[in-house]
Write a protein that binds this ligand. Structure first.
Ligand SMILES: [Mn+2]
Length: 236
């Protein structure tokens, strides 16, 4: 097989009404040996099924908050911008990808979306809802610099991919996984206990990371390994 085709979920600028994506997502896929394809915000389920069949893997990019109603909560005052069309597309696309056992990598919003789509819940805002060590989960720029550590669960896919027991990561999130969805397992945690990486046991490749490896892969090889493992899994 040639290079795998990796569907990348898009950002949508609600004010400017523009689809867009930060180039570092597509560059990371390209550098790992895949052909990135930025997806449209499709609404028709049959079309989403077709998309799921045609692509070899899917990268769920970062973005706005997942709507709290999708995990059974009212919107609290500190919830950020939401995008219902993106929520719908990504939830349907993830379910199709899981059904077809196509590789998925979720980044930031991606890990949160996976958890909600599979029946878990989120912290709508970490500082407002969590006590404990005040780790910089919403770091200042530059985002290419790691700011906190995560401990990697032995026996997890993240452990196999990186060969590490601890990683240093960047962190640009104010939401996070709260109750883990029933089929998912934690693959890495921050020192305050927050889930920073999840996987779906038994799937070919299903990984969600709370940090942003697309900002790190060029200088920190360990984070490039995540993209390489994802793209390689999409080849078979
Ligand atoms: Mn973090």
């Amino acid at each position: 097989m040639g290079k795998p085709l990796i569907g990348v979920t898009p950002q949508y600028d609600l004010e400017q009404e523009r689809l867009w994506i930060r180039p570092n997502y597509v560059e990371a896929v390209e550098a790992a040996g895949g052909i990135p394809l930025v997806l449209p915000l499709l609404e028709d389920y049959a079309d989403i099924e077709t998309l799921a069949q045609r692509c070899d893997g899917f990268l769920f990019s970062g973005g706005p908050d997942v709507h709290p109603s999708l995990f059974g909560e009212e919107t609290m005052q500190y919830c950020g911008v939401i995008d219902e069309r993106r929520d719908r597309l990504e939830i349907q696309l993830m379910h199709e990808a899981v059904r077809l056992d196509k590789p998925v990598l979720g980044i930031c919003r991606g890990i949160q979306l996976f958890n909600v789509a599979l029946g878990g819940t989120l912290y709508q805002d970490i500082p407002a809802q969590m006590d404990g060590i005040p780790i910089a989960h919403s770091q200042q720029r530059p985002y290419t610099v790691p700011v906190h550590k995560v401990s990697v669960e032995p026996e997890s896919p993240l452990s196999r991919i990186t060969g590490e027991t601890e990683l240093t990561v960047n962190s640009m999130h104010h939401q996070a996984v709260r109750d883990l969805a029933p089929p998912l397992r934690c693959a890495a945690r921050a020192k305050d206990g927050l889930v920073e990486c999840v996987y779906y046991p038994g799937k070919k490749f299903f990984l969600g990371v709370q940090w942003h490896p697309e900002y790190l892969w060029q200088k920190h090889q360990v984070h490039q390994k995540i993209f390489t493992a994802f793209v390689n899994a999409s080849k078979s």
